[in-house]
Design a protein around this ligand. Structure first.
Ligand code: P6P
Length: 333
């Protein structure tokens, strides 16, 4: 197959669908370049003295790994001089990050989880970067947190990188989902999967089963039916996978179907779930829907949720459409 680079794909996409203005193309290429840098740092592991804790906590009260902090800095530095952004927001930073005065400003807002699944870093399990792109509100002068609080349907692009056996970048700008694999010798992203579609049927589900005793009835009913297998109401056996890296679980689902669930549960009744809406659930929901899947919080489409806070959490059910619709119907029964 003729090798198509990320740049060629973006230029041709702009020519055909007029969906990637030059500034957005620059943004995507800058983020992709930052992911290359993060991949390089991650792959050094102990040899790069980048493993272990940074000795600090993030806004979520989670211990930050050195690579969490490093990845965040790499994304900030890569994006602040290009003139394509008005501001950035990150899981690792409490407040938004305006573009420094010394640089020109653009019309886009970039949100990211710089290194998702960081509990897996020190044990060499796949981790990744998730990003979401919004347009700054018309007439915005000084960016505020409020400007970021837009529904997921307003995203103009979303993507993730998985730092695993291969380093891949999965991207959507609203015209389908494409996957690029990093050619480390050339240092370029090469289109390897065009217009990805999630298989409608599946036999795999992903949930952290150690929380089973805390699940609310709709989730318990749905998972019990899967566990009942061939002899139960589903009439077939299911398999489970839980990598504890959302990017890796989602990438598997994009490729061979499945459902990913991180529900709210009785451990903390006031907490709607663990995952964050703005820079985990929304970008993944955009990608999954563009690949023919579905994504809800158990009650409604994730992309329709009106955010109230930058770091708000949300319950997540995403993947093969028939499965997401089933477990969502149990919540609305
Ligand atoms: P648990 C990683 O910390 C993360 O945010 C997601 O990538 C992952 O799916 C989930 O949390 C794992 O959570 O409770 O199973 O450790």
């Amino acid at each position: 197959m003729k090798r198509i680079s990320l740049t060629q794909y973006l230029v041709e996409e702009q020519r055909m669908n007029n969906s990637i203005p030059a500034e957005l193309r620059l943004l995507i290429e800058v983020v992709a370049r930052a992911c290359k840098t993060i991949s390089h740092a991650v792959s050094k592991g102990a040899l790069g003295e980048v493993l272990g804790s940074a000795g600090s906590e993030n806004v979520q009260g989670e211990v930050q790994k050195k690579l969490d902090v490093l990845s965040n800095e790499m994304l900030l530095e890569a994006n602040e001089w290009g003139g394509h952004l008005a501001a950035m927001a990150s899981e690792e930073m409490e407040t938004i990050h305006p573009i420094p005065h010394r640089y020109p400003k653009g019309e886009y807002l970039l949100l990211f989880d710089p290194l998702d699944g960081s509990s897996n870093i020190d044990v060499n399990v796949s981790i990744g970067t998730i990003f979401s792109v919004l347009k700054a509100p018309e007439g915005m002068s000084t960016p505020s947190e409020q400007d970021f609080l837009q529904c997921g349907t307003k995203q103009v692009a979303a993507g993730y990188a998985v730092y695993g056996p291969q380093t891949v970048l999965v991207l959507t700008t609203g015209n389908g989902v494409n996957c690029f694999t990093l050619d480390r010798e050339m240092g370029s992203w090469v289109l390897t999967q065009r217009d990805m579609k999630i298989p409608a049927e599946t036999k795999e589900y992903a949930i952290n089963a150690s929380n089973a005793r805390h699940w609310y009835p709709p989730v318990k009913r749905y998972v019990d039916e899967l566990l009942a297998g061939k002899t139960g109401p589903r009439g077939k056996d299911f398999n489970t996978r839980w990598i504890a890296s959302m990017v890796a679980d989602v990438h598997r689902i994009l490729n061979r179907g499945g459902i990913f669930m991180y529900p709210a549960d009785a451990r903390e009744p006031d907490k709607p779930g663990k995952l964050r809406l703005m820079y985990e659930a929304n970008p993944m929901a955009f990608i999954v829907e563009q690949a023919g899947g579905a994504a809800t919080n158990g009650k409604q489409r994730i992309l329709d949720i009106q955010p109230q806070k930058l770091h708000e959490r949300v319950a997540v059910f995403l993947g093969s459409r028939s499965e997401v619709e089933r477990v969502t119907s149990y919540h609305n029964a």
